[in-house]
Design a protein around this ligand. Structure first.
Ligand SMILES: Cc1cc2nc3c(=O)[nH]c(=O)nc-3n(C[C@H](O)[C@H](O)[C@H](O)COP(=O)(O)OP(=O)(O)OC[C@H]3O[C@@H](n4cnc5c(N)ncnc54)[C@H](O)[C@@H]3O)c2cc1C
Ligand code: FES
Length: 386
């Protein structure tokens, strides 16, 4: 077993909707589960013939749960002849109760600020509700007002509905917004509004307040929610978010031109949110540039020339860039990356000379002479094979 990974038995497998299934994972060594902050994710090794594939899934259960970690996974079926998603379809189609999987400890900076006493807005789209449900459980023990807004297509794909409703009380208000409700959804009154979350809906259902806001879902949803929160006066530093696809910057994406509307606003008013399309595609609109929404590592004041040898570019490290990857991008280069969190190794490159230090330990240490530039900074002059 690879360093950093532990074996867990699939203690239960529960179908939550037509596309989302939960897996309850119990340690095989009998020791307690790892500590997890509400909102964090675990990393799963997907076995295969080549190099192991690593996939990340947010812990969706109560973070205080000591017997198991639970993940809730959307099956990413291949469309128009494309191959099925490797990790999600393996979990859905092949992993059964009693099987053993290998996972690495919870990570991630998208977690509930438990020191804050402010009211909370949890905004999720599609399978992006998983970290929000974990946060919701923790918030149900706190004395804070919570508005849990979840947008999805309809009741057929809506996961964890009853669990969210079971947390509702005087302080915790869940709202479900369906874009295309079915006749059964209408008959059973499964949703609070039809369409998308817009300004009028927020103004009607969410009292004016000094909120901490958390966003997770498909990229267009996140952009729309970010723009909406800004319009409603929520300061940027109160908005935390997590991409389920390639890590990016909501601020940069929010400045892009808006695509034409295809959805009706939940309030029935003229849609102020015009981009809630591709609701099921987490990578739609993902940008290549920018940073994720996580707090940046403390700026290191050390200076030094960083040479990107293959590109014949030199930049100065003065501590203002978050990582070597940021510095390369600021210098106009476009190195490979995906997670920006030391997990996927896609930013791995040759370290020709010099020394770096990691502000986030790589999940799998790169080989001698290689470095992950998304989670490292230089210790003096460095030459990279980029
Ligand atoms: C921090 C974090 C937390 C996450 N939490 C969750 C969670 O709680 N629940 C969850 O469900 N997901 C979560 N994800 C997403 C998850 O990690 C995976 O990205 C997701 O399951 C898809 O992985 P996959 O291996 O199934 O698909 P992949 O194999 O990566 O494929 C992705 C998509 O691309 C399509 N595709 C593949 N090859 C091609 C091709 N050649 N041409 C066109 N299309 C192609 C596939 O059909 C699929 O739809 C999270 C991601 C992050 C970063
Ligand atoms: S981008 Fe994933 S490890 Fe660096």
């Amino acid at each position: 077993m690879a360093a950093g990974f532990r074996k867990f038995r699939v203690a239960n497998k529960v179908v939550e909707s037509e596309i989302i299934t939960s897996f309850y994972l119990e340690p095989t060594d009998g020791a307690p589960v790892w500590d997890v902050l509400p909102g964090q994710y675990i990393t799963l090794r997907v076995p295969g013939s080549g190099d192991p594939v690593l996939k990340t899934y947010s812990v969706s259960c109560d973070p205080s749960e000591t017997r198991h970690h639970r993940i809730s996974v959307k099956r990413e079926a291949g469309l128009n002849g494309a191959p099925d998603g490797v990790g999600s379809c393996w979990l859905h189609d092949q992993v059964e109760i009693g099987d053993t999987v290998e996972i690495a400890a919870p990570r991630g900076k998208f977690s509930l600020d438990e020191a804050s006493t402010r009211p909370v807005l949890l905004l999720s789209g599609g399978v992006g509700l998983t970290p929000m449900v974990s946060m919701l459980h923790r918030l149900s023990e706190a004395d804070r007002d919570v508005h849990f807004l979840h947008a999805c297509e309809n009741g057929q794909v809506h996961a964890l509905r009853d669990e969210v409703l079971s947390c509702a009380n005087d302080r915790i208000k869940p709202y479900f917004i369906y874009r295309t409700p079915t006749a059964e959804d209408r008959a059973a009154k499964l949703f609070d509004a039809q369409g998308v979350i817009d300004k009028a809906f927020m103004q009607t259902h969410v009292p004016i307040g000094d909120y901490d806001a958390y966003i997770c879902g498909p990229t267009p949803f996140m952009v729309a929610m970010y723009q909406l929160l800004q319009e409603l006066g929520v300061p940027k530093n109160r908005i935390a978010y997590e991409f389920f696809g390639k890590a990016s910057s909501l601020e940069a994406l929010a400045e892009r031109p808006v695509k034409p509307a295809r959805s009706q606003a939940a309030s029935g008013a003229a849609p102020t949110i015009q981009a809630l399309t591709f609701l099921t595609n987490p990578d739609a609109w993902a940008a290549d540039e920018g940073l994720d929404g996580a707090p940046k590592p403390a700026a290191d004041q050390s200076t030094g020339d960083i040479t990107f040898r293959a590109s014949n570019v030199t930049a100065t490290w003065d501590g203002t860039a978050g990582s070597l990857l940021d510095l390369a991008e600021n210098a106009g280069l476009s190195p490979e990356f995906s997670c920006r969190a030391g997990i996927c190794n896609s930013c791995k490159c040759g370290l020709v000379s010099g020394e770096v230090e990691y502000f986030e330990e790589p999940l799998i240490q790169p080989e001698e002479g290689q470095v992950l530039i998304c989670c490292s900074r230089p210790k003096g002059p460095v030459v990279l094979d980029i």
